[in-house]
Write a protein that binds this ligand. Sequence first.
Ligand code: MLT
Length: 312
Amino acid sequence: LLALCLPVQAAERAGPPLTIVVPFAAGGPTDALGRALAAAMADSLDRKVVVRNVDGAGGTVGAERVAKAGPDGNTLLLSNIGHATSMWLYTALRYHPVDDFAPIGMVAEVPMTLVAKPGLKAATVEEFKALVRTEGNRLSIANAGVGSASYLCGLLLMDMLRTELTSVPYRGTKPAVMDVMNGHVDLLCDQTTHTLPLIRSARLKVLGVSAKARTAELPQVPTLDEAGLAGFDLTVWHGLYAPKGTPPETVAALVAGLREALASPSLTAAFASRGARPASPGDAQPDALQAQLASEVQRWGEILRKAAIYVE
Ligand code: MLT
């Protein structure tokens, strides 16, 4: 019976694939969420779903690709908190992060970890603060490009430490983590979706968790707030977007597919094993993502205008 069913299913999935654009390098945290989501949405939508990594410039190259794609429901963007900051950081952005997209829904929330090369001469936030006082900008911090989640976390860190560390940009945190593990760069803020196994196997040293509460997957690791950076509170949120102009019935079908995917046992297990919390049904819909994006654009606008960092 299975043999008889398979060709039918293959034929049903033979139409144009749904492409989820991940605007960062393969193997990193956005990619991990994207691949779990693609597998679950292939089932919920009963169509082929592929992930395409369109990386560069802190996620803005991939976002532009989707903003300018045909509004036919075949190309979506999976992006994070950074989508709300790009308009404040890039003076020559060739798309509008709010106006050029049709939101589908929130996807997940993920805490970050401040991690370091295994040989860093600090094992706690207090020791790290002392190291910063003597080393200053001889210490380097990697990120996934201006405006990425890792970049924003680094910015908050430097702001709190009242210091400038040497910022080293990559096309995603996968290559960034490689250089931190190898000791070429000292530090990185990255999501648990990527760092959990590397912390557990001691390939990265962890100094703290970026969210307000500890994460269940790393119960022994303090939050940055409790370890000596009072008030540190950053959780990365991820949303799924179609290009503006996507017909309402196509958006509705994608929303239904997203919600069903987020409730599937395979996705729930994949997210949970990496410390990611899937969006609730109430958040996995356009209005919730629209509201989140609008409030984050405003919040980060205030923070970033103060920091006065711009990329031409
Ligand atoms: C970031 O914004 O730092 C990204 O999550 C990096 C990535 O997915 O590689």
